[in-house]
Design a protein around this ligand. Structure first.
Ligand SMILES: *[C@@H]1O[C@H](CO)[C@@H](O)[C@H](O)[C@H]1NC(C)=O
Ligand SMILES: *[C@@H]1O[C@H](CO)[C@@H](O)[C@H](O)[C@H]1NC(C)=O
Ligand SMILES: *[C@@H]1O[C@H](CO)[C@@H](O)[C@H](O)[C@H]1NC(C)=O
Ligand SMILES: *[C@@H]1O[C@H](CO)[C@@H](O)[C@H](O)[C@H]1NC(C)=O
Ligand SMILES: *[C@@H]1O[C@H](CO)[C@@H](O)[C@H](O)[C@H]1NC(C)=O
Ligand SMILES: *[C@@H]1O[C@H](CO)[C@@H](O)[C@H](O)[C@H]1NC(C)=O
Ligand SMILES: *[C@@H]1O[C@H](CO)[C@@H](O)[C@H](O)[C@H]1NC(C)=O
Ligand SMILES: *[C@@H]1O[C@H](CO)[C@@H](O)[C@H](O)[C@H]1NC(C)=O
Ligand SMILES: *[C@@H]1O[C@H](CO)[C@@H](O)[C@H](O)[C@H]1NC(C)=O
Length: 573
């Protein structure tokens, strides 16, 4: 099976196939290809010319059709691979793919395909099927559960819904499964334990219910495991002792309680470990000091206690331990800026002499400048330069480029940013983004607030510091400036996140495009907020929903264009 697949890949190298001159694509397959290309609306485009044999060099079909021409003494070809990624195909899926008996690799991702998967596809013998980033809908396609030859299945970023059928366990030799960002419901299937060969498992943004099945422990081949944002159903830390090849582990917001087991520090291949937004208690295991390959460690927003281990502060990697309950001692940090180590609100203030802990490390975070002038308004151009709007209001610059595990203090405000963009395309992993198309319903005076925005991969918390206590109108300015509005897959991008103000959930599954009535349009959310301890807190959290690969891979996470905070009282100075 695998051999055949490798062979198909190597056949892309035409030099191996000097005999293609005489070899011809099987006549029935030529017919099938014609029908498929016609149905997909691709006939005549991009040099796909049926006057030449699609398997021949003169055919010039490139990697969109790959053939194996070794049949009948090197005279007959069969199609093994079809790749029509990113071609704006907006039709339904033709059943005629089944007539390509030798087809193993089918990539139709990043198009605009609609409908479901034809039941006829059940007879196909594919090893790879990618449908990422389309408009496919309906229940989980039964046909897929019959293609038992599948090694790599990706249906993420579509509109499938309902429960995952038990029959998916038929796919016993799966190595990669990506089903993020669909509207599946129900529990994470316990039968995932059937997939003993699985290396890549992504289950995010699915609205699944917990708990994490303990049966996951048998998946010892896992290298890349991502599960996040489960609803209901708590569990303790899953047993992952035997998964020694793990490189990326995301178990974020999965309702995991109890201690982090010691063995996690022995998973020496770990490059990214994200255990944020759970309910983990106890100390960070001492074994964590041995995670030498881990570039990113997120323990953000748990209930971890005990002293902060020394390796955290000597680490040159990104370590985020913000929002925990560590015990402060004299070896603890004296200030909040710690380079790539984020320690915001990481200490429990109750058990210590309060004045020895820097306020930003504490939960209640009062104004430090006790005698200094307090402020009565605040304006930030998130991700942008300083701008003066209407010649009166100055929006402060917010151009800090870091954001994986960072705290940045600008004086009267600060932000704490957590998360790196997984799978990010080169050059598209920034925390500051710029508009990729025109803005629409923005007054000329305000344009500069919306041409840039700050983005975060997991969570972003802005703090207003040393505000006079009292009531304020807080305005959060948003515009979707990355996705476009046309009939290309670009328009299928969806950004969904949650917004908290003063710790209170204000917007759940907030979708800027939906609220604003399109991309490049402005929506302002306004709140009356009572500031008690001189501190205002605005938090954006990505709950794993929305697309992650449009327009580029690693394109996700909450964004915000500007923040304004104006007093509801008359300032006395
Ligand atoms: C088919 O082509 C391959 C590669 O050029 C060659 O090794 C093999 O002998 C050929 N087989 C026949 C039956 O001609
Ligand atoms: C797809 O559509 C977009 C927007 O209309 C266009 O910019 C792009 O060139 C198209 N791509 C192809 C391969 O036709
Ligand atoms: C976290 O765990 C503690 C102790 O088990 C429990 O009291 C608390 O309710 C849990 N919190 C959440 C958010 O699950
Ligand atoms: C943190 O853990 C302790 C037990 O260690 C528990 O009493 C407390 O409720 C937890 N706090 C939260 C916020 O979950
Ligand atoms: C600037 O003035 C315009 C026109 O009066 C108004 O629509 C806009 O909201 C003002 N901008 C800000 C940021 O207050
Ligand atoms: C960003 O928006 C501004 C204002 O609409 C526009 O002038 C500029 O061309 C846009 N940038 C891109 C790359 O489309
Ligand atoms: C702030 O607003 C709340 C209601 O939102 C009100 O009860 C309170 O009196 C206000 N405080 C001040 C100082 O105006
Ligand atoms: C832009 O359009 C949205 C939706 O129609 C509306 O809520 C918003 O107020 C508009 N913004 C401006 C600046 O006109
Ligand atoms: C304000 O700070 C005090 C002590 O620093 C703390 O007891 C109180 O809970 C805080 N209030 C709020 C609303 O955070």
């Amino acid at each position: 099976m695998k051999k055949l697949f490798l062979f198909a890949v190597s056949s892309i190298l035409y030099s191996n196939f000097t005999f293609t001159q005489s070899a011809k694509l099987d006549a029935q397959e030529v017919m099938a290809l014609k029908v498929i290309w016609g149905k997909l609306g691709l006939s005549g485009k991009k040099g796909w010319d049926f006057h030449k044999d699609p398997c021949s060099e003169e055919g010039n079909w490139g990697s969109s059709v790959v053939c194996d021409c070794s049949f009948e003494s090197n005279t007959t070809c069969h199609v093994t691979d079809i790749d029509i990624t990113s071609q704006n195909v907006s039709t339904t899926l033709p059943s005629e793919f089944t007539k390509l008996w030798y087809l193993q690799f089918l990539a139709l991702g990043h198009n605009y395909l609609k409908g479901t998967i034809p039941s006829e596809w059940a007879t196909m013998r594919l090893s790879t099927l990618s449908l990422i980033g389309n408009r496919l809908s309906g229940l989980f396609p039964r046909a897929l559960t019959r293609i038992t030859t599948l090694l790599d299945l990706s249906i993420e970023g579509n509109r499938f819904s309902g429960p995952i059928p038990k029959d998916i366990a038929n796919l016993k030799i799966l190595e990669k499964l990506r089903i993020c960002d669909n509207k599946f419901t129900g529990k994470i299937p316990t039968f995932i334990s059937q997939w003993t060969r699985i290396e890549t498992l992504h289950i995010q943004g699915c609205s699944f219910e917990g708990p994490l099945p303990s049966s996951i422990s048998v998946l010892t081949q896992l290298k890349n495991l991502r599960i996040s944002d489960l609803k209901g159903g708590a569990s303790t830390f899953p047993s992952m002792e035997k998964m020694l090849g793990l490189k990326i582990v995301v178990l974020r917001n999965c309702l995991i309680h109890g201690q982090i087991p010691d063995y996690v520090g022995n998973l020496r291949s770990l490059e990214t470990l994200d255990l944020s937004f759970n309910n983990l208690t106890g100390q960070i295991p001492s074994s964590f000091s041995q995670l030498e390959n881990a570039e990113y460690i997120y323990l953000t927003k748990n209930n971890l206690t005990g002293p902060m281990p020394g390796w955290v502060f000597s680490s040159t990697k990104n370590v985020d331990v913000s929002f925990n309950h560590f015990t402060w001692d004299a070896s603890g940090p004296k200030k909040c800026e710690q380079g790539t180590i984020n320690v915001m609100e990481s200490y429990s203030s109750s058990r210590n002499k309060q004045n020895s802990i820097h306020p930003c490390l504490r939960k209640d975070f009062p104004c430090t400048k006790s005698n200094a002038k307090q402020i009565h308004s605040l304006h930030i151009n998130c991700g942008g330069k300083e701008v003066s709007i209407n010649n009166t209001i100055k929006y402060e610059s917010d151009a800090e480029k870091r954001g994986a595990s960072s705290y940045y203090n600008a004086g009267n405000w600060a932000f704490s940013s957590t998360g790196n963009f997984l799978d990010a395309s080169l050059g598209y992993d920034g925390y500051i983004i710029s508009n990729m198309s025109n803005l629409h319903n923005v007054s000329t005076s305000d344009t500069k607030l919306y041409t840039t925005a700050r983005r975060a991969a997991i969570s972003l918390t802005y703090y207003g510091l040393c505000l006079m206590n009292g009531n304020y109108t807080v305005r959060l300015h948003f515009a979707e400036i990355v996705f476009t509005q046309d009939h290309s897959f670009n328009s299928l991008g969806r950004r969904v996140f949650d917004v908290y103000v003063q710790g209170e959930l204000k917007l759940k599954d907030f979708d800027i495009v939906k609220e604003a009535g399109g991309t490049g349009r402005v929506v302002i959310k306004s709140y009356t907020v009572n500031v008690k301890n001189n501190t205002l807190k605005i938090q954006l959290y990505w709950a794993g929903k929305g697309t992650t690969g449009i327009p580029f891979s690693g394109s996700y996470g909450p964004i915000i264009s500007a923040i304004s905070v104006d007093p509801n009282y008359t300032p006395t100075f």
